[in-house]
Design a protein around this ligand. Structure first.
Ligand SMILES: Cc1cc2nc3c(=O)[nH]c(=O)nc-3n(C[C@H](O)[C@H](O)[C@H](O)COP(=O)(O)OP(=O)(O)OC[C@H]3O[C@@H](n4cnc5c(N)ncnc54)[C@H](O)[C@@H]3O)c2cc1C
Length: 397
């Protein structure tokens, strides 16, 4: 593992920082509404080659050559500056890389530019109340969808859904499933909100009642959607495992430990609290080191050598975030009984108030489930990473 950046990359970092001195916008642009200001700066970032680096120019990106270290430098610097860079939304973060790998030329041209410009919003339709509950049959050159999705984040705001639909009910479990792009305005689609534990309503149920989708909206080949969705899931797991956010949240926890009291003294002076903080910091540092290990391997074209840390990243990150949030929750004492205020219910937001921490603690259970629950991650690490015997599975698998 090499923890030093070469002179070329240090110069690149300086270049990124010079560009970021333009954020926040100044002068006449300072008064622009937040969304407009962010969109404008992201467009500048694309032109300068820092935003959507690896998306080809013809699809609205910066068209730069893949370079894991440059990606990391850009991500770290944009994060530190609080500047709007690559979107981590379902569209830009998940669908775009999937389309780049599996989409037709027409799909790439039609969908990628609007997804990265955030002009069309996407939701992800995988989960169902019972597996195989939806069905899609081919009628001429259209699929006719009926059934239900559940836990669909942001479906009410979404213009489009990418999702998995069973097109061959007779096929084995992972076969006969097709990856489709569905216009949420299609007649026969109904979205109903679900209220989560934090009081937020980011989840939804989506019902399909003979909704018709053109066959040209299949990504990959019909019946091979499971493989396409694996690619999307890898991107989702990478987005969830964010060492910068982990470090920031840990720093917020240290602040909280300075402000709260144990037996009349700042919590951070308490022996037990210090021990707990030291243990958590060990996990945070391990995550950072593991990220460097993965970069080093990627830069050398040897990503395969970092497969195990890659497989562990999501599990490790969600476990550590939970440890941080749980520790904060304990430090809050009686304030931990407060209900999250509406302005706290924003998912990944940073926590500086007591109710913000309560929301973050409750929400921290979610990422450990989304994108493949922790038990599934453990199976993947054990079976694929270490070649352990497979968990017993039902005969159909
Ligand atoms: C914050 C959040 C956002 C989400 N957003 C979306 C979205 O936008 N779109 C979407 O489609 N879905 C979304 N989901 C749903 C999510 O993808 C599923 O909840 C997740 O994949 C788990 O599936 P499940 O709920 O069916 O649980 P199950 O798979 O039934 O698992 C239930 C429990 O059994 C355990 N388990 C299951 N199989 C095994 C096994 N083989 N070995 C050991 N243990 C096992 C699991 O770990 C878990 O504890 C979201 C979930 C959350 C929490």
């Amino acid at each position: 593992m090499d923890l030093e950046y070469t002179a070329e990359y240090q110069e690149y970092r300086e270049e990124v920082r010079r560009f970021l001195s333009g954020w926040p916008l100044a002068g006449a642009e300072a008064g622009l509404p937040k969304e407009e200001a962010e969109a404008l700066f992201r467009q500048r970032g694309i032109k300068a080659g820092f935003v959507c680096r690896n998306v080809p120019v013809e699809y609205g990106g910066a068209g730069q050559l893949p370079d894991a270290l440059k990606d990391a430098i850009v991500r770290d610097e944009f994060y530190a500056a609080g500047a709007p860079g690559d979107l981590s939304s379902q569209g830009a973060g998940l669908l775009v890389p999937t389309l780049l790998e599996f989409g037709t030329e027409a799909q790439k041209k039609r969908f990628i530019p609007k997804a990265i410009a955030d002009q069309e919003r996407w939701c992800q339709g995988y989960s169902e109340p019972g597996s195989g509950s939806d069905l899609a049959s081919l009628d001429g050159d259209e699929y006719v969808l009926s059934g239900q999705k559940i836990w669909t984040s942001n479906a009410r705001e979404a213009d489009w859904m990418f999702g998995l639909f069973r097109t061959d009910p007779a096929a084995a479990k992972h076969a006969g499933i097709t990856y489709l792009l569905v216009d949420m305005k299609t007649p026969g689609i109904e979205v109903r909100p679900l209220k989560g534990m934090t009081g937020g309503m980011e989840f939804n149920e989506v019902f399909f009642n003979d909704a018709r989708v053109p066959a040209t909206n299949v990504v990959g080949r019909p019946g091979e959607g499971w493989g396409v969705s694996r690619a999307t899931l890898v991107h989702e797991r990478n987005l969830i495992a964010n060492p910068n956010m982990m470090r920031d949240t840990f720093n917020d926890l240290l602040d909280l430990a300075r402000r709260t009291l144990v037996e009349g003294r700042p919590s951070i002076q308490d022996r037990n609290v210090r021990q707990r903080l030291a243990e958590i910091e060990g996990y945070v540092r391990t995550s950072e080191t593991s990220t460097m290990l993965q970069f080093t391997a990627a830069v050398r074209g040897e990503s395969i050598k970092a497969m195990r840390p890659m497989m562990m990243a999501k599990l490790y990150s969600t476990d550590t975030m939970q440890m941080i949030q749980r520790c904060a929750y304990d430090l809050l004492g009686a304030d931990g009984m407060l209900a999250p205020a509406p302005e706290d219910v924003a998912g990944w937001a940073r926590n500086t108030t007591a109710t913000g921490w309560v929301e973050a603690y409750i929400f921290s259970l979610g990422p450990a489930i989304a994108g493949g629950a922790s038990n599934i991650q453990l199976n993947i690490i054990g079976e694929r990473g270490y070649g352990l015997p497979r968990d017993p599975r039902p005969p159909s698998e």
